[in-house]
Design a protein around this ligand. Structure first.
Ligand SMILES: *Cc1c(COP(=O)(O)O)cnc(C)c1O
Length: 211
């Protein structure tokens, strides 16, 4: 296990302005490793499978951990996700899935709109061109689901310029949505978080680098 303080220092060094929140992605590690990070002061964790989120949340239910859901949401898992009351659903990728979740909710749930800013076929997320309209439609049409920002995965390439471009596209959308309640710009993973922060991210999701 790496030193959490060291990673937090790198996050702080990269930032230009506001604070950047770290979400520790625990999808490939055990609850023991989550506990070790928690004991170093990390409170927010992310999972990309509903079942795994449920397992870890139940085992660690006595701890005040914020759980974020970051993965593709299959429609047969919606009820389960809702019953887990995640702190933030980061991977809402369309008005359609927003409505499906919203009609089953009976409490307010915050979400981020996932944007496929690198336009990659393999990735979920709304295209950059429709992101603003989609965000506004979700806001207008959902009773309990509240869009509070955007999430994106950087372009899956080696060229840093291309990755930077994808972060800039997401950040521009975020800037435009601030007037409509957007507060979170979630971008940056282990391989590109410093670049994402330079491009205006205020939430990074780190997995492999932490363990
Ligand atoms: C796995 C995952 C991460 C963390 O990725 P690392 O490269 O391990 O830091 C971040 N965001 C999402 C959506 C993920 O699925």
């Amino acid at each position: 296990m790496k030193n959490l303080a060291e990673i937090l220092e790198r996050i702080n060094k990269a930032r230009i302005g506001e604070e950047v929140k770290l979400i520790a992605v625990s999808k490939n590690v055990t609850t023991k490793e989550v506990l070790e990070l928690f004991n170093q002061g990390q409170m927010s964790f992310g999972e990309n499978r509903v079942q795994e989120l449920k397992n870890k949340k139940e085992i660690l239910s006595n701890l005040p951990i914020d759980w974020h859901f970051l993965g593709r949401l299959q429609s047969n898992k919606i009820n389960q996700l809702i019953s887990l009351r995640p702190t933030l659903w980061q991977s809402c990728d369309s008005l359609k899935s927003a409505l499906e979740v919203d009609k089953r909710l009976d409490y307010n749930l915050d979400c981020l709109l996932q944007i496929n800013s690198a336009n990659e076929d393999t990735k979920s997320g709304i295209s950059a061109d429709s992101a603003i309209d989609e965000f506004l439609s979700i806001k207008e049409n959902c009773k309990f689901l509240r869009p509070i920002g955007v999430m994106s995965i950087g372009a899956h390439v080696d060229d840093m310029k291309t990755i930077e471009r994808s972060f800039e596209i997401t950040h521009k959308i975020y800037e435009n949505l601030k007037a409509h309640g957007a507060k979170i710009c979630s971008m940056g993973m282990s391989s590109d978080f410093e670049l994402a922060i330079k491009c205006g991210s205020n939430m990074v999701r780190l997995g492999s680098i932490l363990y």
